[in-house]
Ligand binder design. Structure first.
Ligand code: AMP
Ligand code: ZN
Length: 113
């Protein structure tokens, strides 16, 4: 999608601090980190949100989730981490391209705000 910021990052049209990529996903540092480690995992295909994911997206989404542990290992999150997906208005999703926040290197709190 031409005017989507995460599509542009995935296509290298705008810079990011990329930590991992393959044919299906890109992983880059969040611009406004909420933890000492805060990266975003996105499918390279434009999917607007978890709500917008189609059956045909299942393989890419499964691959993304499968790669979480590898990215966590790459970032030395051996003590654990949190994976967050904000969806829609109540979920406070601000970028309409599906993404999962991977946060670590601090003790999280529960319940989330
Ligand atoms: P969400 O509020 O769940 O939609 O998360 C969007 C996230 O994208 C926020 O944590 C932003 O800090 C982050 N973000 C926005 N623009 C960029 C960018 N150009 N590079 C990296 N992270 C970004
Ligand atoms: Zn996009």
């Amino acid at each position: 999608m031409s005017d989507c910021i995460f599509c542009k990052i995935a296509n290298k049209e705008i810079p990011s601090n990329m930590v991992y990529e393959d044919d299906v996903i890109a992983v880059f540092h969040d611009l406004e980190p909420q933890a000492p480690v805060h990266v975003l995992l996105v499918p390279k295909k434009h999917i607007a949100s978890l709500d917008a994911a189609e059956f045909e997206d299942m393989e890419a989404m499964g691959w993304l989730l499968h790669k979480v542990k590898d990215v966590a290992k790459l970032l030395n999150l051996e003590n654990g981490y949190r994976l967050v997906c904000n969806c829609g208005e109540d979920g406070l999703q601000t970028v309409p391209h599906l993404h999962f926040h991977l946060l670590g290197k601090r003790k999280m709190t529960w319940p989330p705000g």
